[in-house]
Design a protein around this ligand. Structure first.
Ligand code: FE
Length: 346
């Protein structure tokens, strides 16, 4: 064989090899896997995907990123994107829905396991875990009888005493979005303005940092999500435990509109190539057994009404929730962001 022929054969072989590789990334998706985009980064999630694979033989390929990065990525990838999008906050899930990135899912299992108000009206996303945005207070400096409602945080008795994170954060955006729905725009704006007036400092850090600030005496009360405090109370870091033990939990608005709740949730993407597998994973994550594991591992509340929360959360007691369909939080998000800008909430 002369060199020219040998070269040609090699070239053909290389091209065949490249074509084969290319088709792997194409639309022929394997029966026994699914691709998941998630902005969550908890060990328990990986354990559950592993468990799902053992039970069903379906492998979950996980890609992590921030919610906004993943939304951008789904937009860019079009038809060649992941099967599921999993993130915290109904506001963010709504954002993905609005951009046409999700699709409606029919499942009796999900209808049964997940209360209607914790899923999208068109079943484009489903809440999997629930959290409350509560007031925490320093046990030595605040008597819980002084606390009552979110609205009361605008009272002058809280001047220079409130710690709460930045308005760029979706959790605060969703909180104000809920007030827009319950009380109208004007009252929601007056609330935001009143809280800005009573802040002990310019917003900085995450929810845990507000708790630390209260323990350090920078403020007396803070607004934060329950799972952060649960995590701190049960932390391996002694300092975090010390901080959390100085704080009490207060569920606001128990005699009125209820405490603000939000979810971590998941949706099947518009272009999912493994739709059936994707629905199976959501059903698995919403099941009684798995919900129980979520609850105890991460100090979130189960969405499945058959399941009791973890011990730490049980000790805080039952509470009345805002009676809103969480889709509202996404629908009112833009207006909430406007309000924050108008009142100069940093
Ligand atoms: Fe969080």
């Amino acid at each position: 064989m002369n060199k020219k022929i040998l070269f040609s054969i090699s070239l053909v072989l290389i091209m065949l090899f490249l074509a084969a590789c290319g088709s792997d990334q194409g639309s022929d998706s394997s029966d026994d896997e699914l691709n998941l985009y998630t902005s969550r980064h908890y060990d328990i999630d990986d354990e559950l995907y592993q468990q799902f694979e053992e039970e069903t033989g379906i492998k979950v390929n996980v890609i992590e990123g921030s919610a906004d990065e993943l939304i951008e990525r789904m937009n860019r990838e079009g038809e060649q994107t992941a099967d599921l999008f999993y993130t915290a906050d109904a506001g963010r899930l709504h954002r993905a829905k609005e951009q046409g990135l999700l699709q409606s899912v029919e499942s009796n299992v999900l209808d049964e396991n997940i209360p209607e108000k914790l899923r999208d009206a068109d079943n484009e996303w489903f809440g999997l875990t629930k959290r409350a945005r509560v007031i925490v207070y320093h046990k030595d400096r605040v008597d819980p009888s002084e606390l009552s409602t979110y609205e009361d945080l605008t009272d002058s008795k809280w001047e220079d005493r409130i710690l709460i994170r930045s308005s760029e954060n979706i959790y605060n955006q969703s909180l104000v979005a809920s007030f827009i729905e319950l009380h109208g725009r004007d009252e929601a704006k007056a609330w935001a303005e009143g809280v800005v007036n009573n802040m002990a400092r310019d917003p900085q850090g995450g929810d845990r940092d507000q708790a630390k600030g209260v323990a350090a005496g920078e403020g007396d009360i803070a607004v934060m999500n329950t799972y952060y405090l649960g995590g701190m109370l049960n932390s391996a870091d002694e300092e975090e435990v010390k901080v959390a033990e100085q704080l009490g939990v207060f569920f606001p608005n128990q005699d009125t509109t209820g405490t603000h709740v939000n979810i971590s949730g998941i949706g099947v993407t518009k272009h999912a190539q493994n739709k059936d597998n994707a629905i199976k994973l959501i059903e698995f994550l919403s099941s009684d057994e798995v919900q129980e594991q979520f609850a105890s591992a991460n100090y979130e509340y189960p969405v499945n009404p058959n399941v009791k929360p973890a011990e730490t959360l049980k000790q805080w007691g039952d509470f009345k929730e805002q009676d809103l369909n969480l889709s509202i939080l996404g629908e009112n998000n833009a207006e909430a962001v406007k309000i924050f800008n108008e009142v100069n909430w940093k």
